[in-house]
Design a protein. Structure first.
Length: 272
């Protein structure tokens, strides 16, 4: 099938994607959108972008599939060890001390943009190792990609995907199979995987920590600020936000406070 995308087609599709998800396509990453559109048109047996546009505006499932296709899902276990160390050595102890004073022994976390699950499973392993016995954990892990979420829910990873996991964690929290590694059931029970589009409110409240790493980089300034303010509203009055190490809230109208530790930086909401 011959395929070309005009400037008008590009503007129309990028506007629709932005409207539905907040993901912004510039001229620099136009080839990514063109490639994904070509794949979808071929599978839908359509000849033009206009025909696909008509299909997608009346079909929510196809819209989800396209958003899945244009999303980059690069991740790994223990990604950015400085941030994981800050989580283990600063955030967890501080939260535990605060929660004990309040006689509240539940820690609620949201891994927003969890991709194929490596981040929430990393958090679960660290919590399983460090959290006092009287505490319980609730981790919500969400993503725009249904395909990635299906992988995450299985908790199975081939040999090529387990790089970076400390040997003691690998031995304790994974079961070796012929073709890879399976996360133990104890960790799977700590996590609820769910589809969520960050353009909309999650409905989550009183969270102690949100991780949204290397996601808002795909949004323009207005969409970034909207997402960050939704995060503020989802957090409790004593909570933390971790974004990607190359991302920043600088210049945004937000109430978050910048926090620097010996391991890494993050943001806080301290109203209590």
């Amino acid at each position: 099938m011959s395929f070309s995308i005009t400037d008008a087609d590009f503007e129309k599709m990028k506007s629709l994607i932005y409207e539905k998800s907040g993901i912004h396509f510039s001229e620099i990453n136009r080839p990514i959108l063109e490639s994904r559109l070509k794949e979808r048109l071929k599978l839908a047996n359509l000849e033009t972008v206009d025909a696909y546009y008509k299909l997608i505006t009346g079909n929510e499932e196809e819209m989800k599939i396209l958003l899945d296709a244009v999303t980059t899902n690069l991740t790994r276990f223990f990604r950015n060890t400085g941030q994981i160390d800050a989580f283990e050595h600063y955030i967890i102890p501080e939260l535990v001390a605060y929660k004990k004073k309040k006689s509240n022994f539940t820690i609620k976390i949201w891994s927003a943009g969890c991709s194929t699950g490596e981040e929430p499973y990393t958090l679960a392993m660290v919590l399983a190792e460090t959290l006092p016995k009287e505490f319980t954990v609730s981790i919500t892990a969400s993503d725009l990609s249904l395909k990635s979420l299906m992988t995450a829910k299985t908790g199975f990873y081939p040999e090529t995907r387990i790089a970076g996991i400390p040997d003691n964690y690998l031995a304790k929290y994974f079961v070796k199979t012929n073709d890879g590694y399976q996360i133990v059931e104890k960790l799977q029970k700590m996590i609820k995987f769910d589809y969520h589009n960050l353009k909309f409110d999650s409905g989550l409240k009183d969270l102690d920590l949100i991780l949204c790493r290397n996601v808002i980089i795909y949004f323009d300034e207005a969409a970034q600020e909207s997402v960050i303010n939704k995060f503020w509203n989802s957090l409790s009055n004593h909570a933390y936000l971790i974004i990607g190490h190359s991302e920043s809230l600088f210049g945004m109208k937000t109430q978050f406070q910048f926090q620097k530790t010996e391991w890494s930086t993050f943001y806080t909401k301290m109203l209590d």
